[in-house]
Design a protein around this ligand. Structure first.
Ligand code: F6R
Length: 615
């Protein structure tokens, strides 16, 4: 959601900034802009559309802009004001002294705006951001050009969430940043400083990154980055080394990042299992600092997340319940948890899952739980992200950077880590038998090969996608361990193919949804060979009797399944609790190839943002 890139150094700023914005395109945006410092003035270019279009506009700027060595850029995901060039960032103050980009929402922008308008300031955009820009210019003037003091006063005056990146006309080589609520990362490589919303934009230059904390400002100069509290007092800061390689953020031979990331899932599983197990025993890495014995006093476990991460927690709940039915285990969406009167305290363990570590609702839910004295654990894919820094016990999922907006490999990274965490917790509680531990770890170890086998049969799924892409929509149905899969399968279809897709526990169909069925609405039924196979097949029969085309995902060898469906895709057999690990892959591929048939923008689906940093 909005991408920021700032640069001050010796290289061509426009090239660095455009490349940084391109790396953050996946965050989701509708317009883009850049401001470059050229020969003592600031030159702006803005467009509605893609970064490639902005690059063309930059080529048309006056020739001296090619020599600019500092500047800021932005991709905007509209919140306040329509998608127009005027509303695109950067914004410039009326006196031309301040140019600024922003990610977040300034909640008191209306008040600031009307105050400044009554003082004669003329606003030209409909955005909340312009209020912060015009206000900063006024504060800067009033303080005789003291940037420190003006920035402190600005941050104290704003309510809401912001990552702000700023250039002052009369301060060459300087870029100022401030962060509250929205992510911002800075870096220096010895000769240049950078800042961005997302660490992936900086990995071409350095892997040593400074993640700005809540209430922190930064001054970037070519030779160093300096950090301050909002009150202006200096702050010592350690860099964090991110061991992601640039290759990981490259599409390579693939047409889409999503396809590349689907294919990386066997490796994610292998790495997670190798890192957190020894032979047939679970052994969470040394960095995991949840004290041993903690589960003796825990009565309640809550899993809290949004979207795909929420579905990952449903998989974990199923596993936990199947191994220990005494523990009170709940799953909550973060946007509700943060406002409900959920039980908490030191007998409660809350596990927050967020691949980005920046989802506003998940962060707010975690803050609320901590305030209630609940013991909090976070699972995130991004070292140094807000959730990593704020929650005392963090486990890093090992998925590597995910660029496709639709989550795929991070889901697999999450469920594998959650499975191991569940085992660790139950072992600590004394309720995991050595048998179950060895059985599940053995099962996990065999998964990468099974996933590889499914990948080798991608053509089958592609053909199914081609056949069913003319459907009016989809119902995904299944029972128990397959319910999270129905949700994830339907979400992927909605997100990238834009086809109406509903997920239902199969037993719920006849309580209403079945009324929607006809020969244009395809039912995707997940019917692995478990004790619930027959029951689910009865539900499938009910759908077939209403003329719905049936696409069945069954276990290999279950040839009788062919009698119940128009088409069957056979999945390899695995432990019951691990079925979601296998089932998610064909569903991802099915959505991917359907979207491809329909010519959708797969890596950057309309209206979506990769990390949802506003409420
Ligand atoms: C779906 C998807 C979203 C995210 C959700 C939470 O493909 O990516 O539903 O799962 O926005 O994001 P994180 O995990 O970053 O908190």
């Amino acid at each position: 959601m909005c991408g920021i890139m700032g640069y001050t150094g010796k290289s061509q700023a426009s090239a660095v900034i455009l490349q940084g914005l391109a790396k953050q395109e996946y965050r989701g945006y509708d317009s883009a802009g850049i401001a470059l410092r050229c020969d003592g003035r600031i030159v702006n270019a803005k467009i509605v559309g893609r970064v490639a279009e902005l690059a063309r506009r930059v080529r048309d700027l006056p020739p001296e802009c090619e020599c600019a060595v500092s500047g800021i850029g932005h991709t905007r995901w509209a919140t306040h004001g329509g998608v127009t060039e005027t509303n695109a960032h950067p914004h410039e103050s009326s006196d031309g002294m301040v140019v600024l980009v922003h990610n977040g929402i300034i909640e008191n922008s209306r008040d600031i705006r009307s105050r400044l308008e009554s003082e004669g300031v003329r606003f030209i955009t409909e955005t909340d951001t312009e209020a912060s820009c015009q206000l900063l210019a006024k504060l800067y003037r009033e303080r005789g050009g003291d940037a420190h003091s003006a920035m402190s006063r600005l941050t104290a005056s704003l309510t809401g969430a912001f990552a702000l990146v700023i250039m002052f006309l009369d301060r060459p080589d300087e870029i100022w940043c401030a962060r509250r609520g929205s992510p911002l990362v800075a870096a220096n490589d010895g000769g240049a400083s950078y800042c961005a919303s997302d660490p992936t934009a900086l990995l071409d230059y350095t892997h040593d990154l400074f993640f700005l904390e809540e209430g922190e400002m930064a001054l970037l100069k070519p030779l160093a980055c300096k950090f301050f509290n909002f009150d202006g007092s200096p702050r010592e800061k350690e860099s964090v080394s991110l061991n992601w390689s640039n290759v990981m953020t490259d599409k390579g031979r693939h047409e889409h990042f999503m396809r590349k990331e689907i294919e990386e899932q066997p490796d994610v599983l292998r790495l997670t299992i190798d890192t957190h197990t020894v032979v047939t025993t679970v052994a969470m890495g040394r960095d995991f600092n949840l004290p041993r014995g903690i589960m003796k006093k825990i009565r309640r476990v809550q899993f809290v997340a949004c979207g795909t991460s929420h579905y990952a927690t449903l998989v974990a709940r199923d596993m936990l319940e199947s191994l220990d039915r005494e523990l009170d285990t709940r799953v909550e969406v973060a946007s509700e948890y943060r406002y409900r009167d959920v039980a908490g305290g030191d007998d409660t363990l809350a596990i927050f899952v967020s691949q980005s570590g920046e989802t506003a609702d998940t962060l707010a839910a975690a803050r609320r739980a901590r305030a209630a004295g609940t013991c909090c654990v976070a699972i995130t894919n991004v070292r140094g992200s807000t959730i990593d820094r704020e929650v005392p016990h963090t486990l890093l999922s090992l998925s590597g950077p995910e660029i496709g907006v639709a989550a795929t490999k991070t889901f697999t990274g999450q469920i594998s880590l959650l499975a191991l965490l569940v085992m660790w917790l139950l072992k600590d509680r004394g309720t995991l038998s050595a048998n179950d531990e060895a059985r599940l770890i053995g099962g996990l170890r065999s998964l990468p090969t099974l996933l590889q086998e499914i990948l080798s049969r991608e053509d089958e799924i592609k053909a199914l996608a081609e056949k069913y892409s003319s459907s009016r929509g989809f119902f995904f149905i299944g029972r128990r361990e397959c319910v999270p899969l129905t949700m994830e399968g339907a979400l992927k279809m909605k997100e990238i193919a834009y086809l109406p897709s509903e997920a239902y526990a199969a037993g719920e169909m006849k309580h209403g949804p079945i009324a929607m069925l006809d020969d244009k609405l395809t039912v995707v039924a997940l019917v692995p060979d478990t004790d619930l196979r027959e029951k689910t097949l009865s539900n499938v029969e009910e759908c077939r009797a209403r003329s719905a085309p049936i696409l069945l995902f069954a276990t290999e060898g279950d040839l009788d399944a062919l009698d119940f469906a128009n088409d069957v895709f056979f999945m390899p057999r695995t432990e019951r609790e691990l079925i979601p690990f296998i089932g998610v892959l064909p569903l991802q591929l099915f959505a991917y190839h359907t979207a491809r048939c329909l010519g959708r923008d797969i890596d950057m689906p309309r209206n979506l943002a990769k990390s949802v940093t506003v409420e």
